[in-house]
Write a protein that binds this ligand. Structure first.
Ligand code: SF4
Length: 232
């Protein structure tokens, strides 16, 4: 059996596979809690332009996810968008294609946008994490912390008028809370110190499993639209 095949089987069983695809890096690195993997400090992102930010993310090895990614998933869409949609982290398909929200969840997100009279190219779509966690596990706290400056810089560069957090994890990460999604939906929040309104709704992947909640998601999107319109 090939190593690739073994890894596919282990991943399908929900067992994490950690295998370095990178040569050992030298320089300013800290030891990883899982042994051989070496991590670098998150590069500063505060003054980067789009090109510099994308290059920095592509080269990032600030958390252990850099070892198993096929590629980083930076984000796509209109860099001057009024709407910013933020999900949790890339899945397997996103990791392969380098783009967030592809596959069935992406199709549902496109349908949600269509209902708002928006096209995917008109909004910006990103994730809290730029690299795929193995076996679709939740991102770890240190991974979110290391990756946060990149999303924050994306928000600064886009200057959206409303942010929509897709799913519990994105909402809790962006709002720095452990409140359940049921308590976070239904009212505008503000993203960090930016004052940009943030609306919480369900992740499209969840809605595929729980179509009964699509009505609630539509109410969330309508709230986001009225919040954006009120900010005009
Ligand atoms: S998830 Fe973020 S912090 Fe971790 S390696 Fe990828 S880009 Fe860097």
């Amino acid at each position: 059996m090939t190593v690739d095949k073994q890894h596919q089987i282990l991943e399908a069983m929900g067992i994490q596979v950690w295998e370095s695809r990178c040569p050992e890096a030298s320089g300013d690195v800290a030891p990883s809690p899982i042994g051989k993997i070496k991590l670098a400090a998150t590069p500063p992102a505060t003054k980067l332009d789009w090109q510099g930010l994308q290059q920095t993310v592509t080269a990032c090895r600030a958390c252990e996810l850099h070892v198993i990614r096929t590629q980083t998933v930076f984000g796509v869409g209109n860099k001057d968008a009024d709407w910013l949609f933020v999900g949790e982290a890339p899945g397997a398909e996103e990791d392969r294609k380098g783009e967030p929200f592809v596959g069935r969840a992406g199709q549902l997100l496109a349908a949600m946008l269509f209902a708002l009279n928006l096209k995917r190219e008109q909004v910006y779509i990103a994730n809290v994490l730029k690299c795929r966690p193995p076996a679709n596990r939740d991102p770890a706290g240190n991974e979110v912390q290391q990756c946060e400056p990149f999303l924050l810089r994306q928000v600064e560069l886009i200057g959206p008028r409303v942010i929509v957090a897709l799913g519990r994890f994105a909402a809790q990460s962006l709002l720095k809370t452990s409140d359940p999604i049921s308590r976070l939906r239904g009212r505008p929040h503000a993203y960090g110190g930016t004052g940009i309104p943030l609306i919480v709704t369900y992740h499209p992947a969840y809605l595929l499993r729980s179509p009964m909640d699509k009505k609630k998601a539509w109410a969330d999107l309508c709230l986001a639209r009225s919040t954006l319109q009120a900010s005009a």
